[in-house]
Design a protein around this ligand. Sequence first.
Ligand SMILES: [Zn+2]
Length: 256
Amino acid sequence: MATTHASTAAAALAAEHRAARIDLAAAFRWFARLNMHESVANHLSVAVSADGAKFLINPRGRHFARMSAGDLLLLDANDPATLDRSDAPDPTAWHLHARLHARIPAARCVMHLHPKYATALACLQDPTMYPIDMNTMRFFGRVALDDGFSGMALSDGEGDRVAGLMSGGKSVLLLANHGVLVIGATVAAAFDEMYYFERAAETLLTCYAAGKPLRTVSGELAALTERQWRGYGQLAIDHLDNIKAILDAEEPAYRR
Ligand SMILES: [Zn+2]
């Protein structure tokens, strides 16, 4: 019986692992379609062990538009020889994502991009996401700011420092002079958060471009709207399910 239970648990874990690969590959391909990727840089990862130490991440040098489920590297945050592997990941991805998965249990999925509007927001003297519409209000109180840009993240110390900034239930880390990072309980949740953050930044930056005063709502109203967004968790699941359905029809190789 013990063997049966063990094999059933192993089969369930393998199925979950497989589903995580497919979900993450879909996110890569969709970010490429949205032009939120940058060359062959930037990284998305998802934890596949209960403690978050084992995680999947994109291999070095592969374009988001060509990413498939089977391409993703399976890494162990506790393996000090990871960067010695012949297929070693990009060092900046390793230091940041390994420490975030290891230190923040809620960070099952970590997405780091340099999308146009979020990055432009991160390059303003005042990068506050002011609550001016429903999308910007979604992020009221959810955004941490890393204003300590110090070049590329090439040490575990940098990953630990960034992980320390994500306390208090923050889901977004705006990296000043750099880009944005989001965490989520699932690939769907992190994907949706990244998508909406870029949309919110686009609206705010478009208002700035208009050169007119912002019509900012009160903190109470922004906080209420943020709470209401949390009741829409199914939206993130439906969002990614629809994207997978489109990819299944148009580029099913992402599942390979
Ligand atoms: Zn970056």
